[in-house]
Design a protein around this ligand. Structure first.
Ligand SMILES: [Fe+2]
Ligand SMILES: [Fe+2]
Length: 277
């Protein structure tokens, strides 16, 4: 990516591709912001035949080392090292979330959907870049940085499996992976407050509020695509999850936050390994 200017793109799809490919994370977030701002000010067209292909893997720095999810250690939030490990894991999730939102834009730029579809995903990409930078700055304040610890490599794979089907992509990325964030964030935030780390807790609050919007954007467009195909959204969701998602949905669910985002229990209840806990 060396020598590439932050505004060196003529379409939204080119900008998204450039950000995805960038292994320099300051550049990745800056290009994402610039593409979102130019798109929202309506000074960027969506696509052109000159755009080039979409990266099969996002650009990543040499560190962190990527390990299978089962080899990433659990952390104890009562110690600073444990809180750093948790923030590091969240930074890694946010980084993947930037690329996942941009991949929806770039990969599905030719899909026949209203332009507001791309508004939604550029808002998500913009906010994921904000989340990544907030967490990374907090890690630096705590004497650490993103890249110091190993991270797991499951998120991109989950998305890559749905690269040929936008409806399946929306089922897996916003409606499973991001909705999971709504389930786990409030208790992590409460524990950060208990340990006295109110700065980290405040960042988790920002992320939580934004993630509700991301699930809502996912649910809105998932329903749109289902209705257009004359399919029942709940039933289609369950079929797509069974076909495209290898993990299990884990209770307890944050039913209220999920419902506020338009993801009612009829979507996911019967898919969970434990219905009550
Ligand atoms: Fe996020
Ligand atoms: Fe998100």
């Amino acid at each position: 990516m060396s020598g590439q200017s932050l505004t060196d793109f003529d379409t939204l799809r080119q900008g998204a591709n450039l950000a995805i490919a960038s292994a320099d994370l300051d550049k990745k977030t800056a290009i994402t912001r610039s593409a979102a701002q130019r798109w929202f000010s309506r000074t960027l067209s969506l696509r052109s035949p000159m755009d080039g292909g979409v990266s099969e893997r996002p650009g990543r720095p040499d560190r962190p080392e990527l390990l299978p999810p089962r080899l990433v250690k659990k952390r104890n939030l009562n110690t600073q090292a444990g809180r750093i490990a948790l923030l590091h894991a969240i930074a890694h999730i946010e980084l993947n979330a930037i690329d996942l939102a941009l991949d929806i834009v770039a990969r599905f730029a030719s899909e026949s959907v209203p332009l507001s579809f791309f508004d939604g995903w550029m808002q998500v990409a913009f906010e994921e870049a904000k989340h990544f930078n907030l967490i990374r700055d907090r890690l630096v304040e705590l004497g650490a940085d993103y890249g110091d610890l190993p991270a797991h490599d499951g998120l991109w794979q989950a998305a890559h499996d749905t690269r040929n089907d936008l409806t399946a992509r929306l089922a897996v990325v916003p409606l499973i992976l991001e909705a999971r964030g709504l389930d786990v964030t409030p208790s992590l935030q409460a524990r950060m407050v208990e340990t006295g780390d109110t700065k980290s807790a405040a960042i988790l609050q920002i992320i939580y509020d934004d993630e509700k919007k991301h699930v809502a954007i996912g649910a809105k467009w998932f329903r749109f695509l289902c209705h257009r195909q004359r399919k029942n959204p709940e039933e289609t969701f369950r079929q797509l999850v069974r076909a495209n998602f290898r993990g299990q949905l884990k209770a307890p669910f944050n039913d209220i936050a999920r419902a506020e985002a338009g993801l009612t229990p009829s979507f996911y209840r019967s898919l969970s390994s434990v219905n009550a806990s």
